[in-house]
Design a protein around this ligand. Sequence first.
Ligand code: FAD
Ligand code: DLZ
Ligand code: SF4
Length: 519
Amino acid sequence: MPALRLILGDQLSPEISSLRDIDPQSDMILIAEVMEEATYVRHHMRKIAFLFSAMRHFAIELESAGYSVRYVRLDDEENLGSLRTEVARTLEDHPEQFDRLVITKPGEWRLLQEMETWSGLFEAEIELRGDDRFIASLSEFEDWAEGRKQLRMEYFYREMRKKTGLLMEGEAPAGGKWNFDQENRKRLPKTAVPPPRKMFTPDKITSETLDLVEARFGDHFGSLESFDLPVTRKQAEAARDHFMYEILPGFGDYQDAMATGEAFLWHSLLSATLNCGLLDPLDLCQRAEAAWKEGTAPLNAVEGFVRQILGWREYVRGLYWLEMPDYGARNFLDARRSLPEFYWTGETQMRCMREAISHTARHAYSHHIQRLMVTGNFALLAGLHPDEVNEWYMIVYADAYEWVELPNTHGMALFADGGKMASKPYAASANYIDKMSDYCGNCEYDPKARTGETACPFNFLYWDFLARNENKLRGNPRMSLSYRNLDRKPPEEIAEMRNLASDFLSDIGALARENDEPD
Ligand code: FAD
Ligand code: DLZ
Ligand code: SF4
């Protein structure tokens, strides 16, 4: 039965389930750049350019392998603007040729829901296949989650280590410990120089894509300047190998560090190519393990890296599909303020926020601790509405798809799921940022001051956060130390900090949204 096979922008893997039984003689692959996907949120310009260029290169890869590919460009005059209409147009252009439309399920609930309505629209039978480019299947995750009150990543991760045998010595974890996190929290020494990165000069295809994005999406957030991302499988593999040999050895030590002007440090920068299918997660973990076995990278670095992929990445994907469609609707802390403008402009006196937002605008990237403990922590402390914060994270990062963005933002950063994912909110005062970075030394605010003109906003917002959410958080055993500290503060100081918080939030335009229903 001849089939039309639809490949989405984040399905750029030749082994994807929708291509598995392809017949090159009779079947056709459809890949389409469409306005609907490019604008359902106003993605960062770099993210669109990266993905369109990667899609175009993937089409060539498939053609070179002997497949028939219909590639629809965004500026194709006939382009009807959505995946559904492009499927319809292809089927109309090839009457009675295809009995089946084969698709690997998309990574976002909204699109899956839409595709599930397509069967009434087309004569071709629709076959939606599972996405098995992950190490754990969704049913494996469901089985693990079944009957558990709390879904802690650490326990899931241990199961995954046992299942794959990665970093295992028989039944025991390599090195006698499951987790080397304690060794991975070093502050960056002044003399440390982060390693140089592999950069990829745009070829003709990428240059054309950059022109298209500038013309069509020039008013979206971010910049296309010095575009150097890997867009082919070969380039993604070169970036992967560069990471494994040159960068992985230092990955662990400075995993939580932040430094002025340094966007990348020892992070892998592999998430965008991994999430769109140019790299494979199990292969990455195996290569990292091999580096440890060959003695080129220490165990704390390799375990830290493997945990991010085998643990966190698999876990958030399982959680997303387990909890959708309701996951994003919860607003446990009743956070109601709107996102201040500086999340888009970076114009704020808070040095740490300026750094994180400027890296984000420039690279469509910032590393995990900037996402979690700077922009995420600020949003949590300020009580910014989860819908607005989730949308910002979906827009600004080249690696953002809802299956991975939503649990990280809604659950981990904002605690909006009430503790499904994290055992307590990742709320922190300036002390944490000061410890893990050199930002505070260059800031107009004083990280030690809680009150007064130069008090760091992370301080008074932190205490305001604890006081404001007391009803919901005091009973959490992991918050007891924080509340004991709050109890020790003189009431006048708390009142002063709460006033400062209120004035500050008004000044920056983080205003309470009107007409919001309580959770
Ligand atoms: P590295 O630090 O080198 O880590 C290696 C790999 O591990 C990453 O490439 C990534 O694939 C994986 N990984 C690490 N942490 C996580 C995690 N928490 N969840 C899932 N995978 C992880 N990651 C995304 O891929 N897309 C997102 O939209 C996204 N949104 C986030 C939003 C917030 C608020 C937070 C706190 C984290 C978010 N993350 C997201 C997770 C993480 O920050 C990024 O995966 C990481 O920063 C990507 O950079 P890297 O490739 O250099 O990662
Ligand atoms: C993110 C994105 C963008 C910007 N554009 C397209 C596109 O034009 N065509 C396409 O097939 N996919 C695109 N994508 C990726 C999809 O949004 C992604 O496949 C879904 O969100 C499911 O994860
Ligand atoms: Fe950020 Fe406060 Fe430090 Fe300034 S003093 S960099 S605002 S934590």
